[in-house]
Design a protein around this ligand. Structure first.
Ligand SMILES: O=C(O)CCCC[C@@H]1SC[C@@H]2NC(=O)N[C@@H]21
Ligand code: NA
Length: 593
């Protein structure tokens, strides 16, 4: 059974019949419930009077709420809309990113969490000052702020724009309502409210996707019929072991490149580190990290299956555009009172839980890394008040960023993952440099981070300017015009590809965006090591002046006092020294219980 023109045209934006009163009520209940949780934590417990409570939830959280909040932080409407569109257009190759969740959560649980938890820091960037210097901490903080502000804009904008395009749902009114409700409950209830609203919103998120899948399968002729159609439409991708790094999605770009993406999020991103640190014990934090795994796999499965059901539904029309998913959902759920409202609640739950985590982590790092060190004498009351003002101002800034997203035009999933790769990758490299390379110094870290960011933006912007595929048609016209447009794009694409085989720089620009995290992380580490090596002690470049002056001192004191490598040490001797250091360091790390 195919979808005739009339069915699709049913969704033209002027038509309001698929939202009944109950749908609006459900959406309102979601916003009200979130506000309620925010108010509850504003008026109970310590009433958010200290930064320990406002920013760290009194370090009293259990592993269940923390694990659900960890998922909600980086599972926004981008995944709910972007992943089904990805599966519909390119098949299930993207599902292999689930393989990256194994190492992507195991390494944070056993390497990053212990380091951050035992240092009892509030912000991940305090680690950078302890390990390197204040300058490195500040650069890391600003890099994080830049990453999360852009990401927030994408997360606020995506659901509102998608809904508006298909259902005529008021665009800027929704952006404002979402942004304000989120700012309010984050500002009022602090991290406790953010975590508990995340728990509630994650449940709504799963429920909404499940409803679409159940109704979709039932309306598309049942499981067997759906399976036959996706199989015939070869949407079930096999294991693609193609080693070519410019290939967009293969097992390597997703399963291995994805590990770096996961580490940049679940290992060193302040939003997640803050949740680990809000756990009552280190064991709880590690357990919450383990508990993320099954729920993240479930979230991935739901969005992939939704894409498959959508394909089975419309496989007679090979058209694709970003709003396809909302079209499909409204096509499935209209006429079933309450379900369209449930899906809208699901979409905005995904957005709210991500944005509130971003607000709260931005307020935390601004407070802990930028303001407190400048005003150590600031009273708790003022610091807490300032934290709330910061959360509010980040909320308003995010609305401005939402407008910027309007101009990006790429597929939102791609935009979000590129941001993580371009900015999250270098930050991951900075932390790895600090944790795994004892002789890395702060000059190396600074130069490494800057070089990593420069290369990342050169690659990211270069790939956008040099891409041979035209952006997908943004507006949803009738499917006929889009089919023609897609066909036209495909022919121009194949012609341009035929003549311009990527070589050299063009090949560099065509690196799969799933390798950005790994590539940029490695750049920071390599450059950081080289600079550390050069600026630390270049063999033979030092004259042990102190050693000569204090020649009367016993040898061991002189060594400690002067702490320079002996004169005339050759490069190979220095490399041996480094290798010995690294060996002892690794032994120490793994010898620890
Ligand atoms: O959904 C978003 O807002 C961003 C896209 C997903 C981010 C990464 S992809 C791997 C991991 N799994 C998730 O659900 N989120 C993160
Ligand atoms: Na979310």
């Amino acid at each position: 059974m195919d979808v005739s023109e009339s069915n699709l045209s049913l969704m033209d934006p002027s038509d309001q019949k698929f939202f009944t009163v109950i749908d609006y009520v459900i959406f309102a209940v979601l916003l009200a419930a979130s506000m309620g949780i925010g108010l509850y934590y504003a008026l109970s417990g310590g009433r958010q009077r200290t930064t320990q409570e406002f920013l760290m939830a009194d370090r009293s959280m259990g592993c269940l709420p923390v694990s659900l909040s960890l998922i909600a932080s980086f599972q926004s409407a981008v995944a709910i809309i972007g992943v089904p569109a990805e599966i519909y257009t390119h098949g299930t190759q993207y599902w292999f990113i689930g393989c990256a969740y194994i190492l992507g959560l195991f390494i944070p649980a056993h390497i990053f969490i212990p380091v951050f938890y035992r240092l009892r820091v509030s912000s991940a960037y305090q680690y950078l000052e302890l390990r390197f210097s204040k300058a490195v901490r500040i650069c890391g903080t600003f890099t994080f702020i830049f990453q999360m502000v852009i990401y927030m804009g994408v997360c606020v904008y995506t659901p509102a724009f998608a809904l508006n395009a298909v259902t005529g749902f008021e665009l800027w009114g929704t952006v404002l309502a979402t942004g304000l409700v989120c700012t309010l409950y984050t500002t009022l209830g602090g991290l406790k409210a953010v975590i508990w609203t995340d728990v509630f919103q994650t449940v709504v998120m799963f429920a909404g996707q499940l409803a679409v899948i159940v109704v979709g399968v039932q309306k598309t002729g049942g499981v067997a019929d759906v399976w036959r159609k996706v199989w015939e439409g070869n949407r079930i991708s096999g294991l693609d072991l193609n080693p070519d790094p410019t290939e967009r999605h293969t097992f390597w770009t997703l399963g291995v490149g994805g590990v770096f993406l996961m580490l940049s999020l679940y290992g060193v991103n302040q939003a997640q580190v803050q949740r680990y640190l809000s756990s009552r014990t280190e064991k709880e934090a590690v357990r919450s990290c383990y508990m993320v795994f099954p729920s993240l796999q479930l979230a991935l499965a739901l969005s992939c299956v939704m894409g498959l059901v959508m394909f089975a539904r419309y496989y007679m029309f090979i058209v694709c555009f970003p709003q396809m998913v909302i079209y499909f959902v409204m096509d499935m759920l209209h006429g079933l009172p309450g379900l369209p409202g449930l899906f809208i609640a699901c979409l905005f739950s995904a957005a709210l839980s991500t944005i509130s985590s971003a607000f709260n982590s931005l307020a935390t790092v601004t407070m802990e890394d930028l303001i407190k060190p400048q005003y150590p004498a600031m009273t708790e009351a003022r610091a807490t008040l300032l934290s709330k003002v910061l959360a509010m101002s980040y909320g308003l800034l995010c609305l401005a960023m939402a407008y910027l997203t309007h101009l990006m035009g790429d597929s939102v999933l791609q935009v979000a993952l590129k941001i993580f790769g371009m900015v999250g990758g270098p930050i991951l490299g900075l932390f790895c440099l600090g944790m795994f390379f004892p002789w890395a110094n702060s000059i190396g870290a600074l130069v490494g981070l800057c070089a990593g960011l420069v290369v990342a933006f050169w690659l990211g912007i270069g790939s956008i300017l040099n891409r041979s595929t035209r952006p997908l048609p943004l507006e949803c016209g009738t499917n006929a015009t889009i089919a023609i447009q897609t066909a036209f794009n495909n022919t121009t694409l194949s012609i341009s590809l035929f003549f311009s085989q990527p070589s050299g720089l063009k090949r560099f620009y065509s690196l799969s965006y799933m390798w950005y995290s790994g590539f940029n992380c490695t750049t920071v580490i390599l450059i950081g090591l080289i600079i550390s090596f050069l600026t630390d002690v270049m063999p033979g470049t030092l004259y042990p002046l102190l050693g000569k002056l204090f020649c009367f001192l016993p040898e061991h004191l002189k060594k400690k006092l002067c702490c320079v490598t002996p004169l005339g040490q050759t490069v190979s001797e220095r490399i041996d020294l480094i290798a010995k250091n690294l060996a002892t360091f690794i032994y120490d790390v793994f010898a620890v219980e």
